[in-house]
Unconditional design. Sequence first.
Length: 317
Amino acid sequence: MAVGTGLALLLVALITASLLTLLIAHRASLSLEQSKFIPPGGLVEANGHTLHLYSEGSNRQAPVLVFLSGGGTTAPVYDFKPLYSLLSEDYRIVVVEKLGYGYSQILEAPRDIDSLLADTRTALQRLGVIEPYVLIPHSMSGLEALRWAQLYPEEIAGVIGIDMAIPSVYLEESIVPSSFIIMAMKIGAWMGVQRLPFIISVSNRALTAEEYEQARLLAYRNAVNPVIAAEASWVLRNAEKVELDGFSYLNKLPILLLVANGSQNEIGSFWTQHQAAFALKTDARIEYFDCGHYIHQHKPEQISNSIKDFLQLIAPS
């Protein structure tokens, strides 16, 4: 009994020492890595904080393609590159990195849907990006795109959802993390568990060696940071607000839903069912792809072709 107790105490001591070492190393590394960040786009002030927006492409005759990242995507400018690099020859693209994402400032601020939208719209205006916009939201940013179309329909020429979330997947299914899980993930990230092998996967598709290194450092810095954690805690209330205002306004808005069949395994079997129901409700065009939730990483060539075909229908060049 005494031997077993001694081994248990030794194990607890080893785990505690390992976690403390990880924490110290992580916090020290963050300080050193801060000077290595090289934002490829512009830093703009929006409602009292700084956001990073990246733009490329010079076509001013077509609507601007505005990319909005999925929840918790640590480096949107690099996450979307496999796709937007195939579109920027014909269209101007802008990747918005929300507060807490990519190179944007990490600063606690309201994360209700209207505050998120206000930040994005202000940042685009400060960068001199003029509507109309074609919004290209991935995953959770689908809520922001729908709210945008509710409040400012004159600014939107269309919505192209990349396996985007719609309110019903949060309101009718159990995919919203509990406050306990969010807190546990936040503490783990603060301690630096994301630096452990296989915890976070950073894709190098379409990236140079320098860009991949930047994406890796941003993953260490941004994983479940306080802003991203707060956004996750707000998602159910945000979905409720978007759902409450209804979707009758969408019947006149061109919408393309690009849906990943693989999300049934990654998220739940209900995912594609909600997408199909939403397409019927809004008269949206829908296409399915045999891949995972990050379609723009798995199928960028096919996705870009679908987007180009859709844009020719709504805004012929």
